[in-house]
Design a protein around this ligand. Structure first.
Ligand code: GUN
Ligand code: ZN
Length: 434
């Protein structure tokens, strides 16, 4: 046995499949007293302590009491430059962008500022147990360099890209079709596939790009293997009307992207709150993904996401926070709001489906499930240690709970950054709460 072998002992829970496809019981694996065995940043094995411990003579074992180990959470849509403007009052999408977002993002022309915020942002993700995220930068190339430098220093699996935006935004925040293409290409050459980093071609949303810019974005998306495409889609009713005015020749909002080749595997569309059946079907048949961002959809008054409709059409759905329109970095808090959004539509969100959405489901939405999302042997050792006694109320609630399902549900409703005792990325401890 090598010296890099390390074992972690606690209750362990991870998703194996989508509960909607295989039923709840077959969708997860749970060890009340489990061992997660890690070597050189990867999962070697997960199992019951009773079975594994006898084979682990001489291996260091980190033991956690009253704790649950799960895979690290995955955030399929978030904006790092908006960290400092989270919780900005009173507007819906288009006014919110003009009033708060654009002036905030202007500051990212300054690389030193971008580096400061990237550090704060990554720390906040890790404090909340999120180990992978699909991240918007700003329009400035330096914002993406700053972000990837910070992520690389922590050896995190992260996806990010420079915003493309050549119209309908302040002059100080626009590029051109050509400069956006050239700068994105430079960033791809520098960062895509370097360690655990991936690049996403990132047109902000249809209204802020000319057809020429979308055309070049589509060209770029096709030019490199495993590249991502990351944008917004059908979030707000006024936005949708605006897209119709700007692109009268297109069938609808999704068709604007589709027409320019911005669809398919690794294309991730944030929101999709107001999609018709035809659009859902197109997303499903092309293997595209939609990021469900519950706290943002409620905060901006955008509408109620219809998870069941998207899933009926075979769309890959991930979970996103969408900070700074989202109100929390915590995917547990996203699940809290997701549950309420489902309730308002007469639907349920099973706690094991919640676990799936925050981990393996989001990994699948990002086509990263060969690397992350659960504890299959060989996957990245990205995991969190959750403290059942993080707050007096949580602790008391847990004492009443009679089943794992009940405990998991209470965690998704009451949990936030306080329950994340420790976060590991590629087998290294990257956040300790205490
Ligand atoms: N649509 C275009 N830009 C944005 C943004 O920054 N946040 C959200 N939520 N929607 C957008
Ligand atoms: Zn967003």
């Amino acid at each position: 046995m090598t010296q890099n072998l390390k074992a972690y002992r606690a209750a362990i829970l991870h998703s194996l499949a989508d509960p909607t496809e295989v039923g709840v019981e077959a969708s997860y694996q749970y060890f009340a007293d489990g061992i997660l065995l890690v070597e050189d940043g990867r999962v070697v094995e997960v199992g019951a302590a009773e079975a594994l411990l006898p084979r682990l003579q001489g291996v260091e074992v980190g033991e956690y009491r009253d704790a649950l180990i799960t895979p690290g959470f995955i955030d399929t849509h978030i904006h790092y430059p908006q960290t400092g403007m989270i919780a900005s009052y009173g507007e819906q999408l288009l006014d919110w962008l003009n009033t708060y977002t654009f002036p905030t993002e202007r500051q990212f022309a300054d690389k030193a500022h971008a580096a400061d915020v990237a550090g704060i942002f990554l720390k906040e993700l890790l404090r909340n147990g999120t180990t992978t995220a699909l991240v918007f930068g700003s329009v400035h190339k330096a914002s993406v360099d700053a972000f990837f430098e910070a992520a690389q220093a922590l050896d995190l699996r992260m996806i990010a890209g420079k915003v493309l935006m050549d119209r309908n935004a302040p002059d100080y925040l626009t590029d051109t079709a050509e400069s956006g293409y050239a700068e994105s290409k430079e960033l791809i050459e520098r960062w895509h596939g370097k360690g655990r980093l991936h690049y996403a071609v990132t047109p902000r949303f249809a209204p802020t790009s000319t057809p020429e810019q979308l055309e070049l974005a589509g060209k770029l998306f096709a030019e490199y293997p495993d590249l991502y495409m990351h944008t917004h889609l059908s979030e707000n009713r006024k936005e949708i009307e605006w897209v119709k005015e700007l692109f009268p020749a297109r069938k609808g909002y999704l068709d604007v992207y589709d027409h320019h080749g911005l669809i398919g595997p690794r294309a991730v569309f944030a929101h999709g709150v107001h999609l018709c059946d035809e659009e859902c079907a197109r997303l499903g048949e092309t293997g595209s993904a939609v990021a469900f961002c519950p706290t943002s959809n409620l905060f901006l008054g955008s509408g109620l996401f219809d998870l069941q409709k998207l899933e009926r059409h075979g769309v890959r759905v991930g979970l996103g926070t969408d900070v700074g329109a989202g109100t929390s970095f915590s995917q547990l808090q996203s699940l809290n709001e997701a549950y309420k959004i489902m309730q308002l539509q007469g639907n349920k969100l099973d706690p094991f489906k919640s676990l799936y959405l925050a981990t393996l489901g989001s990994a699948r939405a990002l086509y990263l499930d060969q690397h992350i999302g659960n504890f299959e042997a060989g996957k990245d050792a990205d995991f969190v240690v959750i403290d059942y006694n993080a707050t007096p109320l949580l602790s008391y609630r847990m004492q009443q709970a009679r089943s794992l399902e009940e405990r998991l549900f209470a965690l998704t409703i009451l949990g936030d950054d306080r329950v994340i005792r420790e976060t590991f990325a590629a087998g290294r401890s990257v956040h300790q709460r205490d």
